[in-house]
Design a protein around this ligand. Structure first.
Ligand SMILES: Nc1ncnc2c1ncn2[C@@H]1O[C@H](COP(=O)(O)OP(=O)(O)OP(=O)(O)O)[C@@H](O)[C@H]1O
Length: 236
């Protein structure tokens, strides 16, 4: 069974004098361990689709099933449970809490789950090791570079070992070297933990790493192509 199944999904937003259709009749599915990206011009619907897959928003028509659950008919509590247990989010602006340390920012994702202190400590230490930030665990976000902040955000998304990670323009604020670094980190996590990653991006550097590129234009899937990326190597 696919982790994510979208069927004839349409999303409309109310406007002053009617509705704007941001997504039109989208039928797509994603399986375990995919490393896929939504690409397309600004306004084509990438973030809207990522928000529905992340159960932050609901379809207007059609269906979206994520981990077998119908996103459109979940209660707020059920949608929150789906996110807390199965979905990690990475944003272009990192969204770290400035008053907390790196360790606490990553641990925060676990406080909504019933885990004891020792289980949390092990999970946070593992996640910081995956992203190579063990030595910065007591630092605050303001003391880190942009690339390090995004690596904290990756650790925070991964600490719950979610089935799905959604990354909206994760490299938008990073230089080329840091972009490649975070992509290689995510690629290794995808390979080792079989986590499904779905990106929304304009960034050519990200596209080089993707196994599957779904192109949206005006809310419609224009192209859905599988690639064979260089196996966990940086592109030339
Ligand atoms: N809450 C909203 N109310 C009204 N219109 C919206 C809303 N959210 C998104 N839209 C519109 O839906 C369309 C798709 O927006 P979306 O943010 O998904 O595009 P995108 O492909 O992610 O763009 P970008 O690459 O610029 O982030 C846009 O025309 C946007 O203006």
């Amino acid at each position: 069974m696919p982790l994510i199944e979208l069927q004839h999904l349409t999303k409309q937003f109310p406007t002053g004098n009617g509705f704007f259709t941001a997504l039109k009749d989208i039928t797509l599915s994603f399986g375990e361990g995919e490393f896929a990206g939504l690409v397309g011009p600004s306004g084509s619907g990438k973030t809207t689709l990522l928000n529905i897959i992340g159960s932050l928003d609901v379809p207007t028509a059609g269906s979206a099933r994520v981990m077998g659950q119908p996103v459109g008919s979940l209660t707020h509590r059920q949608a929150a449970d789906l996110r807390n247990h199965h979905i990690g989010f990475i944003f272009q602006t990192y969204n770290l809490l400035p008053v907390y340390t790196v360790y606490q920012n990553v641990e925060f994702a676990l406080l909504l789950q019933k885990r004891n202190d020792a289980q949390r400590r092990t999970a946070v230490c593992d996640a910081l090791e995956w992203v190579g930030l063990t030595d910065k665990m007591h630092s605050k976000p303001a003391q880190l570079s942009g690339g390090e902040c995004q690596r904290v955000a990756i650790a925070r998304a991964m600490v719950k070992r979610p089935s799905i990670v959604l990354a909206d323009e994760p490299s938008a604020n990073l230089d080329a070297e840091n972009s490649h670094h975070i992509l290689q980190t995510m690629q290794a996590l995808n390979r080792d933990l079989h986590t499904t990653f779905i990106f929304a991006t304009h960034d050519e550097k990200v596209m080089h790493y993707l196994q599957r590129i779904i192109t949206l234009r005006d809310g419609v899937v224009e192209n859905d192509q599988w690639h064979s990326p260089s196996p966990h190597q940086p592109p030339n």
